[in-house]
Ligand binder design. Structure first.
Ligand SMILES: [Zn+2]
Length: 352
């Protein structure tokens, strides 16, 4: 199918005003690497100016106490909210701009004003829990966007793909009992923040709608792409999302200093193409992606380039050739573990 569509990108110099302590990996320079990849496709993307999220939007995902804690921390900055999570003088405003950008991008895509998009924002969000900042994250940008999609756009089946190398504990905490979001997460495990075992699969009305794919250190393109083919695709076909959101961290890249994975630009491109293929097939191509982690300049540049390549493709990308399941391989054991938990609910899970 040939599709001409508008792809939106959010970039803004103000995201650099969340100032990191010396030596901290989540630093403003990360966005220069992302910007260099966006610049390569500049004529093809539309710019979306970020807007600061209002208090009531942040409260879609967070407690009032948490909102006020971040506001107060910025007023006495520099300070920390946990050993990893710093707050500078402008951090509250910058975090509001991050949440607002994610929300506006997602809603514009939902309304068809944009076909798809990518928000190059910081601070990241997926570790932020309803009541606390954590893991470099102040507000959970993508969770706020997902809640806004339901409130404003009546979207009540969102597939949220989180391929950041860390488990999105905050996103899981927000949606584990909520069937309007299916969270599919690949992450290094065991690793920070400690959550994300395959057996954590949601509860109550959200039971089965958290699909955790824990990957041992050392996984690369074959394991990630194989997991997307054999696990994400069947789950998405069963869930029939109205829209796809992506927590696009690029810290599974082989250069990343914080994690131990081996994903290359080709791997990120194949993952993004699978997501784009699913979006075209299931929900009119509607996919909005939000930057999470990624701490190596080359990883950020190559990951962003791969993502934009998939979003901007004029034709629906074909699914890549299936990665074989060698008996006894890492991929085989990961697939097996997830099928044990989710196989009954998802026809064809584990097959390519
Ligand atoms: Zn991460």
């Amino acid at each position: 199918m040939s599709v001409t569509r508008r792809v939106g990108v959010v970039e803004d110099a103000r995201y650099g005003e969340h100032e990191a302590p010396a030596g901290h990996p989540e630093r403003p320079e990360r966005l220069a690497a992302v910007a260099s990849a966006i610049a390569e496709r500049a004529p093809e993307v539309e710019r979306l100016a970020p807007r600061a999220a209002e208090d009531d939007e942040i409260l879609l995902a967070h407690t009032r106490e948490h909102l006020e804690q971040v506001r107060a921390a910025a007023a006495r900055a520099p300070t920390h909210l946990d050993p990893d999570t710093y707050v500078s003088h402008e951090s509250f405003e910058v975090a509001r701009l991050a949440a607002g950008a994610a929300t506006d991008l997602a809603c514009a895509v939902a309304r068809g004003e944009l076909g798809a998009g990518f928000a190059a924002i910081r601070p990241p969000g997926h570790h932020a829990e309803p009541h606390r900042a954590m893991g470099f994250c102040l507000f959970n940008n993508i969770a706020i966007a997902a809640r806004a999609l339901r409130e404003r756009e009546q979207i009540d089946r969102i597939l949220l793909v989180d391929w950041d190398v860390h488990h999105g504990n905050g996103t899981q905490a927000l949606f584990e009992a909520d069937p309007s979001v299916l969270l599919f997460s690949t992450h290094q495990f065991p690793y920070y923040p400690g959550t994300g075992a395959a057996g954590e699969c949601g509860r109550g009305r959200g039971e089965g709608e958290i699909v955790n794919v824990p990957l041992p250190a050392g996984c690369g393109d074959a394991e990630y792409v194989g997991a997307f083919q054999r696990l994400l695709v069947p789950v998405a076909l069963r869930y029939r999302p109205q829209m796809i959101l992506v927590s696009a961290g690029f810290d599974a890249h082989q250069d990343d200093p914080l994690a131990s994975m081996d994903v290359t630009e080709d791997g990120f491109r194949a993952m993004a193409e699978i997501v784009r293929n699913l979006a075209d097939d299931q929900c009119g191509g509607r996919v909005a992606c939000v930057l999470e982690g990624g701490y190596a300049p080359r990883g950020l540049r190559e990951g962003t380039r791969a993502l934009l390549c998939a979003l901007l493709a004029t034709q629906t990308p074909a699914l890549p050739a299936p990665v074989e399941l060698e008996p006894g391989s890492t991929l085989a054991s990961v697939v097996d573990r997830v099928v044990t938990v989710h196989g009954r609910r998802n026809p064809g899970l584990g097959a390519a």
